[in-house]
Write a protein that binds this ligand. Structure first.
Ligand code: 26V
Length: 811
């Protein structure tokens, strides 16, 4: 890399001058950032090229992770870190007299996803690269990311997020790998002189898919993977046909904006266009890559694995069939065998309202050839299944149902593997949501519990903790996370526990400073920092958290001298713009924050902060400072959760329902080191089936609950009357779909338990340490290792380090 700080400084000055024709001292922070990032990108170009060429020459099996969403976070620091040049760079930047942290913050955080699903995809990219697995991301280069959230009088307001305003240093436009994607028009089949059925197209709208490639740098490897994001443009040869701005905007509009709703599926034509656009461009580029391998086509599945991240890219199945049959002239049977062996699918939700179904007429008119292929897949599926399993099961599993194309069914039928993202979630898929498919294909189903990259979420976000861990167990855990369990040997060591508490306090002090600067609110870092950060959704039950806050507030009002553990309640959440109830909950919590934060009776006993514009960069600030991790979804609804893992790895205690990966967290950390409450998923099922739940009688009979709920509507919370009533009505009059009232007492008791535990600092610090020590199994490196070995069958190509060792027995 740079042989000396001097060399770095020279290179920086030169590049700055070349780029801007003035000196770096005269530049803006953005310009100073751009030059630094460019310098770093230039350093990895050689490895990026070498990796691509090696894989091509050696015909290595490649994984393609298809996802409509990626949330990579800022990349400069993590790239420098993974390349092993971070401290060198920091030294050089200091030498230049610049502030490194300011340059880091000048980078735009690409919000090309809604939440957990997109962030998971990016953690997986990091692990693929770090394990040296030939893995490619395939997605969309949205011009506008997820809206920027602002609060105006406590209401969420959405502003456009134009993340490309400054140059995006990390991407490289690759025109030579552009493809045409066809929409609409008419298709008919003709036989050619070789007796092949060939589709003929007329009147299609042709869109050019241009790839922008971003390097995915592995931690201390010389391999650089690729994230390919597609952008829609007008094909050059057709430019003359477009006369008005409206016409050109219609094409570019395909990749203009990310759909901001991850809770409610809506059959919008533009969304279907986005999905096919990404799928078609991605599959075409894979087929081109395979052609370069110069192998018989039956080797396709031995060289290519395509992963379908949720149903959004499920059209991969039909598009691969189309290319193999129409363009490569394989028989249907050959093409189908290749397709099923190549594709695999992950389900990320059991919420029925989020399951994708497209109207047949829409699919038929937008994608006529693709629809013909889906019809044929469905016809053959029904033909095979009917005699073996009968009408009912066949009908329930068909792809075409009630005038709709069921995308999950397409993905399952066309894949050799179907997985859930936590043990409980996979069981619910097998026994309930996808039960019929489990009957048909028991061998396809498997679990892959989610994971997180410790590089971003520990090493980089929490350097103080990382240094403490290094000083206690050495640095091997960074390559081999299982080593983290060695921390357990320090559970009775006062010195270690005090140092751990000191790290947490410093992180909390940093966050308190940030809160003061952003919100003008002073919070005491000695309080419990209680954190709930995730999309706003009724099933995640931020309103249960709010009821507890209200209950506490009323207790303090009863007796302002009450001896209570001081707490700061921290929220970060965006609501889908059309999700009225979620927005009402945001407004309600903001109003409660106003009430609590300005009441002199309350003082330091309690504060409430709702951060604006929660995303990856904010998460990096909040997570290292958390004492309590709120994971309070109704059992059976949260597929996995991943903030639970990040918070645990940073020493927070989990306050959880038995849902998603919380169950596995409990198994690893032990029941003494987590606080669990609430209904189990089986109890939820029973209550639903028996129709025995009457939330109104709980409201009437439970005095404490009665008082808290009344506070929503009796003027206690100024400025949120309407929102208070909306929440009250859903909980009391509309029978509380997510059993908030049923879990209320148990939740309050769990919160009191947290207070008790925190009161004994030594006990608390010990539990915090044990959480960190038990967090290794949630490293995405292990998750990716399992995907690679059990589903994708790809091989690590690391040359300069060992792959991650198999997970040892959990502690
Ligand atoms: C759904 C939809 C519906 C149609 C329009 C756009 C759109 C965009 C995203 C989604 C995704 C919903 C599924 C999802 O995000 N699931 C989350 O996945 C995480 C990673 O596996 C997991 O930790 C969370 O528990 C799960 O809610």
């Amino acid at each position: 890399m740079f042989t000396s700080t001097d060399k770095f400084v020279q290179a920086y000055k030169k590049l700055f001058q070349n780029r801007y024709a003035f000196t770096y001292e005269q530049g803006t922070t953005e310009q100073q950032y751009i030059v630094l990032a460019t310098l770093i990108k230039n350093q990895l170009a050689e490895n990026w090229q070498a990796t691509r060429e090696q894989y091509l020459n050696e015909k290595v099996k490649q994984v393609y992770y298809f996802s409509m969403e990626f949330l990579p976070g800022r990349q400069m620091k993590s790239n420098a870190y993974n390349m092993g040049i971070l401290s060198e760079i920091e030294k050089g930047v200091a030498e230049l007299g610049l502030n490194f942290d300011e340059l880091v913050e000048a980078e735009a955080d690409p919000a090309l996803g809604n939440g957990g699903l997109g962030r998971l995809a990016s953690c997986f990219m990091d692990s693929l690269a770090s394990l040296g697995i030939p893995g490619n991301g395939n997605g969309i280069r949205y011009q506008y990311g997820l809206f920027r959230q602002k609060f105006v009088d406590g209401h969420q307001v959405e502003l456009p997020e134009y993340w490309l305003r400054n140059q995006n240093v990390w991407e490289t436009r690759n025109d030579q790998s552009s493809y045409i994607v066809r929409f609409g028009g008419h298709v008919w089949m003709e036989i050619d002189h070789q007796d092949h059925w060939i589709p003929k197209y007329e009147g299609t709208q042709n869109v050019l898919a241009v790839p922008y490639d971003t390097p995915m740098v592995g931690y201390r490897t010389n391999k650089v993977n690729n994230l390919r994001l597609w952008s829609a443009e007008i094909p050059v040869e057709e430019e003359e046909n477009y006369h008005t701005v409206q016409e050109t905007d219609q094409i570019k509009g395909i990749t203009q904006v990310l759909y901001p709703d991850d809770s409610n599926y809506e059959g919008r034509l533009l969304r279907l266009k986005q999905e096919y656009f990404m799928v078609s461009a991605g599959v075409q580029s894979i087929v081109r890559q395979f052609q370069k391998y110069n192998l018989p086509r039956k080797f396709f599945p031995e060289k290519i694995a395509i992963h379908i991240n949720d149903t959004h890219p499920a059209l991969v199945v039909a598009e691969l069939m189309r290319i193999l049959v129409d363009e490569e002239h394989l028989s249907w049977e050959q093409a189908w065998e290749i397709t099923c062996k190549t594709c695999s699918y992950t389900n990320h939700t059991v919420l029925r309202e989020a399951l994708e179904k497209w109207p047949i007429d829409m699919m038929q008119s937008l994608l006529p050839r693709i629809y013909m292929i889906i019809e044929e897949i469905n016809r053959r599926f029904v033909e095979e299944t009917l005699p073996l399993y009968g009408e009912k099961l066949t009908w329930q599993t068909a792809i075409l149902q009630d005038g709709m194309v069921n995308m999950a069914h397409l993905a399952i039928i066309g894949s050799h593997s179907v997985n859930g993202v936590a043990q409980l979630h996979t069981e619910i898929l097998m026994n309930d949501v996808l039960r019929d498919f489990f009957t048909l294909y028991p061998g396809k189903f498997n679990n892959k519990t989610n994971g997180i990259t410790q590089r971003r979420w520990m090493h980089l976000a929490n350097p103080r903790l990382t240094q403490l861990i290094d000083s206690k167990i050495g640095e091997e855990w960074k390559q081999n996370p299982a080593e983290l369990k060695l921390l357990k040997t320090f559970e009775q060591d006062d010195d270690t526990l005090e140092k751990l508490a000191e790290v947490k306090l410093q992180n909390k002090t940093d966050l308190a400073d940030y809160i003061e600067q952003q919100h003008g609110l002073k919070v005491n870092p000695q309080s419990i920092f209680d954190v709930q950060i995730k999309r706003l959704h009724a099933y995640k039950r931020q309103h249960l958290n709010a009821l507890h806050i209200l209950d506490r507030y009323l207790r303090i009002k009863d007796d302002p001298a009450i001896d209570i553990q001081p707490r700061v309640f921290l929220f970060g959440a965006k609501a889908a713009p059309s999700y009225t109830y979620a927005k009402q909950i945001i407004k309600l919590i903001n109003a409660i924050a106003d009430l609590v934060n300005n009441d002199p009776d309350v003082g330091d006993k309690m504060k409430v902060v709702f951060f604006e514009n929660y995303g990856v960069s904010l998460a990096e600030k909040i997570i290292p400072a958390a004492d309590v991790s709120e994971q309070i979804s109704l059992a059976g609804k949260e597929a996995s959760g991943t903030s639970n893992m990040k918070l645990m790895a940073n020493g927070a205690m989990t306050l959880a329902t038995l849902d998603g990966a919380n169950i596995e967290i409990k198994e690893y950390v032990g029941e003494d080191n987590i606080v669990v409450f609430g209904l189990s998923s089986t109890e939820v099922d029973q209550l639903n089936q028996s129709h025995a739940y009457h939330s109104k009688s709980l409201y009437e009979s439970n005095e404490r609950l009665n008082r808290v709920l009344n506070a929503l509507i009796d003027g206690t919370i100024p400025n949120a009357q309407q929102e208070g009533e909306a929440v009250f009505d859903s909980l009391v009059h509309y029978n509380d779909e997510y059993f908030v009232l049923e879990d209320f007492d148990d939740y309050i008791a769990a919160q009191d338990k947290i207070d008790q535990l925190y009161a004994d600092k030594k006990v608390w610090n010990r539990k915090s340490l044990l959480n960190i020590a038990a967090s290794a199994p949630f490293s995405a490196d292990y998750t990716i290792k399992r995907y690679t070995e059990e589903i994708w069958k790809a091989k690590p190509q690391c040359t300069d380090k060992e792959g991650v060792q198999p997970l040892n027995e959990p502690i």
